[in-house]
Design a protein around this ligand. Structure first.
Ligand code: IMP
Ligand code: MG
Length: 182
């Protein structure tokens, strides 16, 4: 697995530090509120698990899964809901926990879908922001890192369902895509 990584972009230590900071900010912002962390499966689950443990106010968690059509490295914006939330979010404060925002198309769909359920508030916390590739604007209330236009894996992020379990965020070697013909 490690032999497929070109370079480590964000180390395990840097992620830990950032997640701690984000947890602190979120705890402060939502003190006294009924906060629900909504994570997008599957990549967002890693970030959510660490983030939740750094939040010091009571929270509940819920999961949603979407599939976006396209190849493993490019999304098309055509999104389908494949697993819905378990609980109602009406009148609750919702923070969507996403691993990475690329074009923004996936989140645009999801935010529209969640907003229609009348939450008290709806915001986004993203670990990574690949803003140079943004097609639709997405307001990000809490952000981990800005990254350049490279395809990254690890800490929940996959290529072809692999590399999610790497503890850092790394850039994949180009020959790995070429092997698959992308
Ligand atoms: P968007 O709709 O283009 O913003 O794409 C968001 C989704 O694409 C993310 O939730 C990831 O699943 C996937 N994605 C985008 N960029 C990367 C990357 O560099 N590595 C792994 N997955 C990515
Ligand atoms: Mg994702």
């Amino acid at each position: 697995m490690l032999e497929d990584i070109e370079e480590i972009l964000i180390t395990e230590k840097e992620i830990k530090k950032k997640v701690k900071e984000l947890g602190k900010k979120i705890s402060k912002k939502y003190a006294g509120k009924e906060l629900v962390l909504v994570s997008i499966l599957r990549g967002g689950a890693f970030f959510l698990a660490d983030l939740a443990r750094n939040i010091t106010i009571p929270v509940s968690i819920d999961f949603i899964a979407v599939s976006s059509y396209g190849t493993s490295t490019k999304s098309t914006g055509v999104v389908k809901l494949i697993k819905d939330l378990e609980e109602s979010i009406e009148n609750k404060d919702i923070l969507v926990i996403e691993d990475i925002i690329d074009t923004g198309l996936t989140l645009r769909y999801l935010l529209k879908n969640l907003q229609a359920r009348n939450p008290a508030s709806l915001n986004v916390c993203a670990l990574l922001d690949k803003s140079v590739r943004r097609i639709v604007e997405i307001p990000i209330l809490f952000k981990g890192f800005d990254i350049p236009d490279v395809f990254v894996v690890g800490y929940g992020l996959d290529y072809d369902q692999k590399y999610r379990n790497l503890p850092f965020i790394g850039v994949l070697k180009p020959e790995v895509f070429l092997r698959k013909g992308e």
